[in-house]
Design a protein around this ligand. Structure first.
Ligand SMILES: Cc1cc2nc3c(=O)[nH]c(=O)nc-3n(C[C@H](O)[C@H](O)[C@H](O)COP(=O)(O)OP(=O)(O)OC[C@H]3O[C@@H](n4cnc5c(N)ncnc54)[C@H](O)[C@@H]3O)c2cc1C
Ligand SMILES: *[C@@H]1O[C@H](CO)[C@@H](O)[C@H](O)[C@H]1NC(C)=O
Ligand SMILES: *[C@@H]1O[C@H](CO)[C@@H](O)[C@H](O)[C@H]1NC(C)=O
Ligand SMILES: *[C@@H]1O[C@H](CO)[C@@H](O)[C@H](O)[C@H]1NC(C)=O
Ligand SMILES: *[C@@H]1O[C@H](CO)[C@@H](O)[C@H](O)[C@H]1NC(C)=O
Ligand SMILES: *[C@@H]1O[C@H](CO)[C@@H](O)[C@H](O)[C@H]1NC(C)=O
Ligand SMILES: *[C@@H]1O[C@H](CO)[C@@H](O)[C@H](O)[C@H]1NC(C)=O
Length: 572
């Protein structure tokens, strides 16, 4: 080779090095399988065969059905006696909420040696059987007249469609039956013979398998026995290669810490037939309006529960007050505005409570007590207080396994972003980082659930890939808030649907599996129409705001509806 040629080769080599180095690394997606891509994908230490699903609400029941279809050995656990999750209505009420709030990570009591069996008689350790039963399964927070705040089109599992003449807004009873119908189709209902599901079975503990792979669940089943009436508790463990957690977004009630409230919560209602009836309750025990007949009721909190319960009791109550924090109308989420407007016209809105004065006597209910508001006004003559102060997500069973890496509460968003189901350290596919043998539901189960749980099945069976750990974190960082916009209570965001469809179909074309279509565009249209009719047109209109001063000039517009339901992000 002459000098010139050598120089040319050298220059070419330098040029090639530079261009190669300049090539941006393909970070987000690429096709799996290519040689140079090994290391780009997350690799499981061992094959995944046994999968546990915790929770049989709309999320868990769909996930369990999907995992069964994919030939995993599936076990589905729910503390409740049947499927339905939040929508399993009962006249039973939960054990009264603690004051103040219980810590979010309180671990349940376990016998020293497991497996174990224990029989409980009525009043053992001063607890009734009824109390133990309700503590175990935790009756749901829904009331008899509850109707959805989400139209049917985004609150439907499509394998068990509602009848064609259903109303736009469906009752909680109908939704419960709907989820049970879905369960029956998949032989997962309480009366189906199957080795898959165990109802009345609560997961008490989640721990990492002995060899660092897989998971061990500690379980507790409670069974009612008759003659004599007893409860039989059984504890045992089961091992799994992967675990899917769908314990719901509203696991525990939240009560406010207001000076003096604690004392008021101990006071029995004077004119109630039930000896154990108190005057202060969290909204989750609310079932029917009758007991509020002729009463003066203070509702604390002006969210969805507060406004809907106020509507339910207003026709019977003597007076309904609603206490709210100071707010800036402009900065309220559309749902919060909607809630304000759902309050019955009879409601008297009052400022936040400063404190509850000590009661003059503990025998006369709370009627003589003084409630001091932040503006100095004193409210008296209240018969009943309903704390519609919301929920928090607790997950006592996995705290011990995950330590500080997983904060059980929903990922805290910047204040102007509403994230819904987003969880800390959880990738947009629902997989826990850094150990994707654990997965969560992080999407609206009714709409995006079918994509997310299919993706989890594919990842665990090896027909779809997750990127390596570094890339999982990078994607998490860039998507942790914005991907979830529009998922809570509204239709799925266009961006995340496309993200799922493209990812799943790319993977299926390479590695096998069925293809998926987009979320039906006609559903999106129906939902948008609903949002305009029911939220903007009817609830969010200038005419409905006469109670509020300072109505902002820029009202919630159609554009805003689309801003929350369709969020286009930088990837697309
Ligand atoms: C009052 C109220 C009104 C609502 N209204 C609407 C509405 O109008 N529209 C809407 O879309 N959504 C509404 N929701 C939200 C509702 O949570 C969702 O619709 C949906 O039920 C969420 O499904 P999920 O499967 O994720 O959780 P859930 O339905 O909550 O199911 C979780 C399941 O996990 C089980 N579980 C929990 N811990 C354990 C454990 N340790 N071991 C075993 N099992 C366990 C529970 O028993 C439960 O069955 C409402 C919620 C409340 C509280
Ligand atoms: C599950 O197993 C059956 C029977 O072997 C098979 O026909 C089916 O394709 C499998 N399903 C999946 C999703 O792999
Ligand atoms: C305080 O709030 C109450 C209830 O809304 C109202 O009646 C009263 O006028 C307010 N007092 C002051 C000083 O603003
Ligand atoms: C949690 O902490 C315990 C003890 O501090 C430790 O043994 C365990 O490995 C930790 N688990 C995880 C998942 O970090
Ligand atoms: C993700 O963000 C955190 C800070 O929030 C940062 O410490 C971390 O390095 C980021 N990781 C990646 C892979 O971008
Ligand atoms: C899908 O595959 C194509 C190549 O066939 C690629 O260009 C694209 O980036 C992939 N998209 C996703 C989301 O994986
Ligand atoms: C709000 O006002 C509109 C008229 O602009 C009316 O049709 C609607 O019924 C009102 N909604 C409520 C909840 O009062």
């Amino acid at each position: 080779m002459d000098r010139l040629s050598r120089l040319a080769v050298l220059l070419l080599a330098i040029y090639t090095t530079i261009t190669v180095a300049d090539q941006p690394e393909q970070t987000v997606f690429g096709l799996p399988g290519a040689e140079q891509d090994s290391g780009k994908w997350y690799k499981f230490n061992s094959p995944i065969k046994r999968v546990a699903v915790i929770g049989a609400g709309p999320a868990g029941i769909q996930a369990a059905a999907t995992f069964v279809e994919h030939n995993f050995t599936v076990r589905l656990f729910d503390r409740a006696p049947g499927p339905g999750g939040n929508w399993l209505y009962s006249d039973e009420i939960p054990v009264r909420e603690p004051y103040p709030d219980a810590p979010v990570n309180e671990e349940p009591w376990l016998p020293e040696r497991i497996p174990a069996t224990k029989y409980y008689n009525d009043r053992d350790d001063d607890l009734t059987l009824d109390h133990r039963w309700r503590e175990h399964w935790q009756p749901r927070s829904i009331w008899n007249s509850l109707h959805t705040n989400s139209p049917a089109v985004i609150t439907e599992l499509k394998q068990a469609p509602y009848p064609p003449d259903h109303s736009w807004v469906i009752s909680a009873h109908t939704i419960g039956a709907h989820v049970r119908a879905f369960a029956s189709i998949h032989k997962l209902n309480a009366n189906d013979e199957s080795s898959v599901h165990s109802y009345s079975t609560r997961v008490e503990k989640l721990s990492k398998g002995q060899d660092g792979n897989g998971w061990t669940l500690t379980l507790k089943n409670l069974k009612k026995l008759e003659e004599p009436a007893r409860l039989k508790a059984t504890w045992w463990t089961e091992d799994f290669d992967a675990v899917f957690v769908a314990t719901g977004p509203y696991t525990s009630p939240h009560v406010p810490e207001i000076d003096g409230l604690q004392e008021w919560t101990n006071v029995h209602a004077v004119d109630s037939e039930e000896e154990s009836r108190f005057s202060v309750y969290h909204s989750r025990v609310y079932r029917r309006p009758e007991r509020y007949t002729g009463k003066n009721v203070l509702v604390v909190g002006v969210g969805t529960s507060g406004s809907e319960i106020a509507r339910d009791i207003a026709p019977l109550a003597n007076k309904v007050y609603a206490s709210h924090k100071k707010y800036d109308w402009d900065k309220l989420h559309p749902f919060q505005r909607r809630s304000f407007n759902r309050f019955p016209v009879e409601t008297e809105f009052i400022p936040e409570i400063s404190h509850f004065e000590p009661l003059p006597s503990l025998d006369n209910g709370i009627k003589d007590g003084k409630i001091v508001l932040v503006n100095g006004t004193i409210l008296t003559n209240i018969d009943e207080i309903i704390l519609a102060t919301g929920y928090k997500r607790t997950n006592p069973f996995h705290r011990s396994a995950l330590n500080e890496t997983f904060d059980v509460e929903a990922d805290a968003p910047p204040s102007d972003v509403f994230t819904g189901f987003a969880l800390k350290n959880v990738h947009w596919t629902g997989h826990f980082i850094p150990d994707p043998t654990l997965a969560f539901t992080t999407v609206r189960p009714w709409t995006l659930g079918e994509y997310q749980y299919y993706g989890q099945a594919k990842v665990w069976e090896g027909t779809a890939h997750l990127p390596n750990e570094k890339e999982l974190w990078a994607q998490y960082n860039s998507t942790r808030y914005n991907y979830f916009r529009g998922l809570f209570g509204t239709g799925p965001s266009e961006a995340i649907v496309r993200q799922y469809v493209t990812w799943l179909n790319n993977e299926s074309l390479e590695n096998g599996g069925r293809l998926v279509g987009p979320w039906p565009v006609q559903n999106r249209e129906v939902f948008a129409y609903y949002a305009n009719q029911e939220w903007e047109g009817s609830y969010i209109s200038k005419d409905n705001f006469t109670r509020f001063e300072n109505l902002p000039a820029n009202q919630w517009t159609q554009k805003d509806i689309w801003d929350i339901s369709v969020f286009e992000d930088e990837f697309w």
